[in-house]
Design a protein around this ligand. Sequence first.
Ligand SMILES: Cc1cc2nc3c(=O)[nH]c(=O)nc-3n(C[C@H](O)[C@H](O)[C@H](O)COP(=O)(O)OP(=O)(O)OC[C@H]3O[C@@H](n4cnc5c(N)ncnc54)[C@H](O)[C@@H]3O)c2cc1C
Length: 488
Amino acid sequence: MSAPDVVVVGAGPAGLAAAAILGRHGAAVTVVDEQEQPGGQIYRQPPAGFTPPAGSSSAGRALLAEATAAAGVRWLADTTVWGVLGTRAGLDGYAGDQPAPGRYRVATHGPAGVRLLEPRAVLLTAGAYDLPVPFPGWTLPGVLTAGGVQTFVKAQGLLPGGRFVLAGGHPLLLVVAAQLVRAGARVVEVALVQRRRDLLPGPAGLAAVAGAGGKIAEGVGALRVLRRAGVPVRFGTVVRRATGDPDLTSVTLAEVGPTGQPAPGTDREVPCDVLALGYGFVPSVELARQAGCAVDWDSPAGGWVVRHDEWLRTSVPRIAVAGELTGVAGAEQAAVEGRLAALGLLRDLGLLDEHRAAGLAGPVRRELRHRRRFVTRVLDRFAPDRAALGSLVTDDTVLCRCEEVRAGDVRRALRANPHLGTANAVKLVTRAGMGLCQGRSCQPGVCQLISDVTGRGPEQVGAFTAQAPVKPVPLRALAVGDEPPATD
Ligand SMILES: Cc1cc2nc3c(=O)[nH]c(=O)nc-3n(C[C@H](O)[C@H](O)[C@H](O)COP(=O)(O)OP(=O)(O)OC[C@H]3O[C@@H](n4cnc5c(N)ncnc54)[C@H](O)[C@@H]3O)c2cc1C
């Protein structure tokens, strides 16, 4: 099989929508996803032979059908992309010749072994993951992310415990709590850091949310399920400690004080065996950063987001992005961005003339503008208060689970070396971020702590260097430099 025109990394709403458009206009597309089934996070499908859970989204089914029906789309499932090579001469750790400009080597590892795909362009739609928030006890067995709990329920039909407390500051908590109730779990409490009055939209907010009925209905429907099941939903409440030995047995919840931190004297202990945390999402920008794409800091949108132009092209030629990589904004916006990025790539590859691409992009851009208005309102209201959450960390709190580095280790390193002030420098001195997860689990906490101690802003603190392989792969996957690249 010849080399694809475009490799799409990720088969979530953004990747599926893009693949459908690309395929329909004659591009040869390879969609790579590390999951066994396409759908991404929101339209995650159970394994073959499982019955899809009740309420599976019809929007998801339509997107899947459209993408799988498009000619020229090839799927590489259960396959991880661990690097986009050839974008930065001499910097990507690859010993082979540099590919022709605009032709990259997308390094994958899956059931068929290692493949180096050589597309003319790459579209990164790698999505997002749950924002990790460290506090005493967050590494105990039984403390999970809300997205993780949802994955158990959605993908496997499993309840990972008996009594659930859900805590954090994201609307997903309500959705997951309702899914748990429907699946027969006992949800003891849902605790949201936001105060109820902070969530009510003002007049301008009401105008922006008009037309976003689906999402609002989902939230209201979830609240109704919880009310009927007698689940208390408490606002202005933060989880400050998880306790148990060896497994979680209770959490300590406190009222949020005027500065966003736990108010003294308001602690209460709630017995449970699962704590599901949902403070928002972090865009999965590591592949884009590894490829050399410029990023910008946008805290409400999830942290580091990939810089892009009006066609969603990044700073690296022929690499575009769509979905959560441009800022966490939900499945509908991800799909719209996927369409726009696909039109831009078709235009750049000469598969669609400029005039026609502009004509097709017009209505897509209008929809994107409409969605962004709603999303901006939501993000503002649910943005994590990173400084307040950072204050939950004690010296004993583990920040980097892989290398078992505690907050006290980082604080001591910063005190002993006042010239340290970046994420990378702290990584070198303490080993935080050097483990298997490559900082996905500790980077936000380490960076926040550096900010708290040094007074430096997120842009100055930066992020850990993203290098290939961006995800764990067997060593033999890296020994491909001397072999001719496989293109199918
Ligand atoms: C855990 C979780 C649960 C969520 N639950 C809900 C919900 O219930 N309701 C809701 O409205 N929104 C939910 N969201 C948000 C919603 O899923 C996203 O807004 C939407 O899916 C974004 O679409 P996307 O295409 O950008 O990314 P995604 O849907 O996340 O798709 C990205 C895909 O890329 C793949 N991928 C990533 N990196 C690689 C790699 N290196 N190699 C190969 N494949 C890769 C992933 O496997 C994934 O399938 C959830 C998000 C998360 C993270």
